[in-house]
Ligand binder design. Structure first.
Ligand SMILES: OC[C@H]1O[C@H](O[C@H]2[C@H](O)[C@@H](O)[C@@H](O[C@H]3[C@H](O)[C@@H](O)[C@@H](O)O[C@@H]3CO)O[C@@H]2CO)[C@H](O)[C@@H](O)[C@@H]1O
Length: 969
């Protein structure tokens, strides 16, 4: 009990970053049942339902909108890992032209149905209009065999079979559901987050869905759950588009598959099949027929789960964090040193250091005193900078025998309103997190909203605010919200001798001997006494409460009480503690206010916290877009929050894995994402941190964060890191209008912000695995250095021979051949960036903060393709409002030596246009005109074939895009 696995990555990852090497896997050890119930850890010996005979379909009723029917168990129950349901209800619904929903549940609806809990999780897919749809006008066809029941879904346009259970028996038991689809050879699938793996998942992986607080374990379950994958398929064509080339050309298509559940689940990816193994719930399968464009397939998915929220403009600036800033003076010093080093910083973050005794919604009066905070807030506000504090999910459980705890309102308020998760016997579930014993808000409770808002409001007061209208922080960072707990199961009932003032593990920076220090083992705060005291307080509460205290029990299932919740018969491949579901997180047998077992909502806690926090911040700052960063996440989290990739390590493989991580979250509707730049755990070093600061500048969310006990890693600490940061940030800040436009397209259409190469070039199979390069939007190709001791980097330049790529720095066309893995120079302070011919990129003169950058003139970078054309767009608004008073959309289009700018909307950026730089201009123009008026200030550089037009401010003094204009040359 309580042993924590070592970090595999640090030992093994450098040899096989794809994570598919068998040597990476944890060798399963037999699990010793704690309750006498045998658990079958069978991940390595696929069960595949071969002892079960499946179901036969009866009473089928087909309509234009779908199919319903009864599935009857064939033969005697196989009782693979539970009790088979004799009858199931099948409901196939043609929900949209592109999406079909296959629902299979037990006949009496006794199993938990996540899709019925709209109070917990909401998404547009629940409201699909089916009125005009019918069998003939949808893009897919649902087919089935009745006996045994098996189904398959075909895309009508090309006959591709997208999901196919033929030959695989359905198993449907109370604690085990198995559904298998056949897969094409060597399939390309992406998604199924969250884990540390290459972007393409391969066919030798088990993905487990069980939200888990663990630092970068290769191929294992982590903080988030997204049971969705996109599959990309290629078909060879017999002609070649490449002149003088024998390369085969391809067409491609993609589709998506979502298994919507918050229950624990393994998904086995194997050479011939993909198999779902769920330990509860029902089947809610959504198949998206997709498109020839993976971008479009992704939009189908993201629109169905909820478009991501639009973020505030400033969130695109650079964020600096560290666990271990001992006092506010240290943060102020960081601010000064960043400024003195001319390295932009937008947002200062506080980890738990700022809290009083590590308790939520408090501020340490000694290290972070109010007067100093007031000064700090005054200074950062006047320089347009921001501050974000952390809030942990676990609320300190006040010790009822300790009078000084009496004033800890966040506990007593929640306790009196009965808002915390419970044990099965109705007592409050007590776990352990940083402050010691902790309780966990029930974020689906109808009254939790007011409570949480009150906590945030109190935090604001604790920071020195005197008014409910003034919140000094600009957002909140939600951590430990799987939720993590350091006890195995409930602390109160299981751990009797552990002193909770220290977590059951060595903290970063502590000495190695003794490993676990329990200074007051006989202290009254030990769990037995604490628990007794607690019970006493509960009894007192019962006696005095005006409303009766609700005692809840786990709900008996149709087949009697579930035999075991913490140790179900089928053991998913949970990373923690030998598959123990109660290890390092709040146990699945904890219950919500209405008796719902956490077992059934396990993976959605972080999502619900994000949703409640979003609502609370929206009420506290009406009209303003809340900024929330969350660690734990679920399908649809992007609607409420941004995500960081959790605790990584300061090493090269972890830097590489941040790219597949960001790409994956982007295709899952959480575009605002990034890793802890320079690495969280262990010590970073100059070369790594320089490279990572460069890479981070091309992440949507750009935050340097590290752990207490690790050496400092602020970018000014090393000369090369400072220089690399300045250069990369100069690019990032000059591109802010482009980034913001991408944010808008993500939140309005479901676009990705950082994009895998194959999304832009879907007919090039060699890009299926490319994840060491990525695109920002559709115009910039980033090729970071991901290895130590090198000043070279390899990269491909996709597209056929007519595609032009320009070097960001010298503006020359890059010489490349199709499929060539080109070696480029990459000195330490340099990151390779290429501009795609055919794109227009809106930019601004970069300044120290995003706000100051917004006050600078615009520039346009026009990268012509071989036909001399280019297109681009710009979105602008006030940068903060949920519903801005005015918005602006600008279309840029270049052809036949003319660039036009056409504006829609009435937001005026106010600042003028300064320069237009056009790449790929074949010869010096005879004249340049702005709206048919001669422009005198321009320069043509023959060596680079670029035309630089300057001093356009005179033409655009009322605002760069206040009127439509043309520039011709
Ligand atoms: O607020 C402090 C940091 O808290 C988070 O990280 C901690 C994590 O949540 C803890 O579980 C623990 O991580 C250890 C892990 O549990 C264990 O199995 C082993 O892998 O070692 C890990 C490191 O000790 O401690 C983490 C902090 O070190 C949060 O993710 C961070 O961003 C916060 O800074």
């Amino acid at each position: 009990m309580g042993s924590f696995p070592s970090i595999l990555l640090a030992q093994n990852s450098s040899s096989s970053p794809s994570g598919t090497d068998a040597s990476y896997r944890v060798i399963p050890t037999p699990y010793t049942p704690q309750n006498g119930i045998q658990q079958n850890v069978s991940v390595y010996e696929p069960y595949r339902g071969n002892e079960c005979h499946g179901y036969r379909a009866k009473n089928i009723s087909e309509s234009q909108k779908g199919i319903t029917g009864i599935l009857e168990l064939i033969g005697s129950p196989c009782n693979a890992y539970g009790a088979d349901y004799p009858y199931l209800f099948l409901n196939v619904t043609y929900e949209t032209e592109e999406r079909v929903h296959i629902s299979i549940r037990d006949l009496n609806s006794s199993q938990f149905q996540f899709s019925k809990r709209h109070d917990v999780w909401q998404a547009p897919l629940y409201y699909a209009s089916t009125s005009s749809l019918n069998k003939s006008n949808v893009f897919y066809e649902f087919s089935f065999n009745a006996d045994p029941f098996e189904f398959w879904i075909t895309r009508k346009t090309d006959g591709e079979v997208l999901f196919d259970t033929r030959g695989n028996h359905l198993v449907f038991e109370d604690q085990y559901i198995e559904l298998t689809t056949n897969m094409v050879d060597d399939y390309n699938i992406y998604g199924l987050a969250e884990t540390i793996h290459g972007f393409r998942l391969g066919n030798n992986l088990t993905r487990t869905f069980w939200n888990n607080d663990e630092a970068s374990p290769l191929d294992r379950n982590m903080y988030g759950t997204h049971p969705y994958y996109l599959e990309q398929r290629y078909k060879p064509l017999n002609s070649s588009n490449f002149t003088n080339s024998n390369q085969t050309t391809y067409s491609s298509s993609s589709h998506g598959v979502l298994m919507l559940t918050a229950n624990g689940m393994d998904v086995l990816l194997r050479p011939k099949y993909l198999q779902y193994r769920m330990i509860g719930g029902v089947i809610d399968l959504y198949v998206y027929s997709g498109s020839s464009s993976p971008k479009e397939t992704t939009k189908q998915y993201i629109k169905s789960i909820g478009l991501p929220q639009m973020q505030q403009y400033w969130t695109l600036g650079y964020h600096m964090c560290r666990w271990g800033y001992q006092n506010i003076t240290e943060i102020m010093r960081v601010r000064e040193r960043m400024h003195n080093s001319s390295i932009p910083i937008e947002t200062f973050w506080s980890d738990v250091d700022y809290m009083h005794n590590l308790r939520d919604f408090t501020v340490d009066p000694t290290s972070y005193p109010r007067d100093q905070f007031s000064q700090f807030f005054h200074e950062i506000e006047s320089s347009h900078q921001h501050y974000i504090p952390i809030v942990d999910a676990g609320v300190y459980a006040a010790n009822p025998t300790n009078r000084s705890d009496d004033t800890y309102g966040p506990f007593y308020e929640g306790f009196e309103k009965d808002l915390f998760l419970k044990n099965p016997d109705g007592s409050i579930y007590i776990g352990e997190v940083w402050p010691g014993f902790a309780v966990f808000p029930d974020f689906i409770h109808p009254n939790v909203q007011e409570y949480w808002k009150h906590g945030i409001q109190n935090l604001s007061y604790a920071f020195g605010s005197n008014s409910s209208n003034y919140i000094p922080f600009s957002g909140l960072w939600l951590d430990m919200n799987e939720p993590s707990s350091f006890c195995v199961g409930s602390c109160g009932s299981e751990l009797v001798n552990w002193n909770p003032v220290h977590p059951p593990m060595m903290l970063p920076g502590e000495s190695s001997s003794p490993v676990f220090v329990y200074p007051n083992i006989s202290n009254p705060s030990n769990t037995t006494e604490f628990y007794s005291a607690y019970t006493a307080v509960l009894s007192q509460y019962h006696a005095t409460a005006t409303t009766s205290f609700q005692t809840v029990h786990s709900t008996p299932g149709p087949l009697g009480d579930k035999p075991n919740i913490n140790h179900p018969p089928y053991a998913i491949n949970q990373e923690q503690g030998n598959h123990d579901l109660a290890n390092h997180g709040v146990s699945p047998n904890a219950t919500h206010y209405d008796g719902t077992l956490r077992y059934n909502l396990f993976n959605v806690y972080g999502y619900t916290e994000g949703k409640v926090t979003h609502q609370a911040l929206s009420e506290l700052q009406p009209g303003r877009r809340p900024f929330i960063l969350t660690r734990s996440n679920f399908v649809g989290t992007g609607t409420y929050a941004a995500v960081w990739l959790g605790d990584n390590h300061s090493n090269w493989p972890n830097m590489y894995f941040s790219i597949p991580g960001m790409l994956t979250y982007n295709m899952l509707g959480i575009p605002m994402v990034g890793a802890d730049v320079c690495g969280f755990a262990d010590n970073s070093n100059e070369e790594l941190c320089a490279r990572w600061m460069e890479l981070g500048a091309f992440s949507p969310f750009y935050r340097n964060h590290n752990s207490q006990g690790s050496s400092l890693q602020e970018p000014y600490l090393w000369g090369s890191v400072a220089e690399a940061s300045r250069r990369a940030m100069n690019i990032r800040y000059s591109l802010l209008p482009y980034w913001y436009t991408l944010l808008n397209q993500a939140s309005s259409e479901g676009n990705t912000i950082v994009t895998p190469l194959f999304f832009e070039f879907p007919d090039e199979p060699h890009l299926a695995e490319a994840d060491r390069q990525f695109m920002v939007g559709d115009a910039l190709l980033v090729s970071p250095v991901l290895d130590p001791n090198t000043t070279k980097v390899n990269g491909v330049f996709p597209g056929n021979e007519s595609t032009v790529w320009y070097d960001w720095y010298n503006h020359t066309a890059i010489e490349h051949k199709p499929y060539e893995n080109k070696t480029m120079d990459a000195p330490l302070e340099h990151i390779n960036v290429a501009i795609r011919g055919s794109k227009v990129i809106p930019m601004q003169q970069p300044a120290y903060t995003t706000e100051e950058t917004r006050e600078n003139p615009f520039n346009l970078l026009v990268a012509l393709d071989k036909q001399g054309t280019a297109r681009g767009s710009l979105y602008a608004d006030d940068g903060v409002s949920v519903t801005p008073n005015a918005t602006l959309w600008v279309d840029f289009s270049a052809k036949s030596n003319e660039l036009s700018s056409v504006s829609f909307g009435n937001y005026n950026v106010r600042v003028p246009l300064a320069n237009v730089t056009i790449l790929g201009v074949s010869s010096s123009p005879k004249q340049v005109q702005f709206n048919n008026e001669a422009v005198m200030s321009y320069n043509y550089i023959n060596e680079t074939k670029e035309l630089i037009i300057t001093k356009l401010e005179n033409f655009t003094s009322i605002g760069a895009f206040a009127k439509n204009w043309t520039v011709s040359w």
